[in-house]
Design a protein around this ligand. Structure first.
Ligand SMILES: Nc1ncnc2c1ncn2[C@@H]1O[C@H](COP(=O)(O)OP(=O)(O)OP(=O)(O)O)[C@@H](O)[C@H]1O
Ligand SMILES: [Mg+2]
Length: 336
């Protein structure tokens, strides 16, 4: 097994389950579609390219595909080829024979060999250097590798799943990503939507992470207060699921009593949903607004988002319906 930090090697199902729960939240239609695609493609041998912003769950889906394939009993090997120094890349990926270079005292198996029979997850594929790209391309084309210093090729049987948060077509246009490698990898594409485009998942993910971290830290929390949940729902999550997970972990640590309160949330979330979300876009208010004007605009936006449902809007704002009615007439807001 490789000692490098860039490579995480999981040898079997039980090891993975110990390290990280395999439960995947998919409440929104968009995530249901992703999981449906992943389920369909998993049992095949097809190469998969997973794209999506940072923190959207690309590695989670890669592991899901592995676990739902016939290769599940074999290794799942993650390699962040962009993080391995150019000088080590060849021996990391393909291994080396004894005596291949001065300090090669033993034969070393590369990541392709370690993944034999299983799945090789090529993470951050857009970050790879031209030298790495050509070597990967050859290995994928030939399904053979040659350890550094060796004189024979080894057949390897690996299923490739690659991931990137970059636009590979743009990278090809810029000349930083090889077209031939792109077409090798882009056989079946799974695109993970950012969390702000599937806000229905937020409460489920939040509850799931809360349970996870309560178990880990032996805490007993029952959930979130309505206001805390409303704040989570209003936040844009530029760091996607990972940011939500970190926010919940922090909150679970700070919370006292039975529920996570707004003051347990990270400041950027607790500070009232700014930046806030409208139709999936991140929007900020100009910062020279008076407090009254800010309140007027904010309440209007919540009303619009809740399609004029006063009960839902009041709940999201953390105020009573009668208070909301008062503000609606004070500011002359639209309720439709
Ligand atoms: N749908 C989901 N259900 C449950 N947990 C999820 C889900 N999506 C992501 N996670 C969790 O969120 C965290 C981030 O996910 P992951 O590492 O897979 O994202 P990524 O897209 O690979 O991110 P990066 O681009 O930063 O590497 C992980 O702890 C993962 O377990
Ligand atoms: Mg990742």
């Amino acid at each position: 097994m490789s000692e490098s930090d860039e490579a995480k090697v999981y040898t079997d199902r039980s090891e993975i389950t110990d390290e990280q729960s395999e439960y995947i939240v998919g409440a929104s239609d968009k995530m249901k579609r992703v999981l449906h695609l992943a389920e369909k493609i998993a049992p095949t041998e097809t190469t998969v390219l997973i794209t999506g912003e940072s923190g959207t769950g690309k590695e989670k889906i890669a592991r899901f595909i592995h676990l739902n394939s016939a290769r599940a009993g074999r290794p799942f090997v993650t390699v962040n080829a962009g993080a391995i120094p150019e000088t080590l890349i060849e021996s990391e990926l393909f291994g080396h024979v004894r005596g291949a270079f001065t300090d090669a005292r033993d034969r070393k198996r590369g990541l392709f060999e370690l993944a034999d029979g299983g799945t090789l997850f090529l993470d951050e594929i857009a970050e790879t250097s031209p030298g790495v790209q050509i070597r990967l391309l050859r290995a994928l084309q030939e399904r053979e590798i040659r350890p550094v210093g060796g004189d024979t090729n080894l057949k390897v049987d690996v299923r490739i799943v690659a991931a990137t948060n970059k636009d590979l077509r743009e990278a090809m246009a810029d000349g930083t990503f090889r077209e031939d490698l792109f077409y090798r990898l882009n056989v079946f594409r799974i695109q993970l939507p950012p969390l702000r485009e599937r806000r229905e998942d937020i409460p489920f993910l939040a509850e799931y992470f809360l349970r996870l971290y309560c178990e880990k830290n032996r805490k007993k929390l029952e959930g979130f207060t309505d206001r805390a949940l409303a704040l989570l729902l209003n936040y844009a999550f530029p760091g996607n699921v990972r940011e939500l997970e970190n926010a919940v972990e922090r909150s679970a640590t700070l919370a006292e009593g039975t529920h996570v309160r707004p003051l347990d949330l990270p400041p950027e979330i607790a500070e009232g949903g700014l930046p806030m979300l409208t139709e999936g876009k991140v929007e900020t208010f100009p910062d020279d607004l008076t407090l009254e004007e800010l309140e007027r605009r904010y309440i209007q936006r919540v009303l619009d988002r809740k399609s004029g449902n006063m009960t839902h809007a009041a709940k999201s704002l953390g105020i009573s319906r009668s208070t909301l009615w008062r503000k609606v007439s004070k500011y002359g807001l639209r309720v439709d």
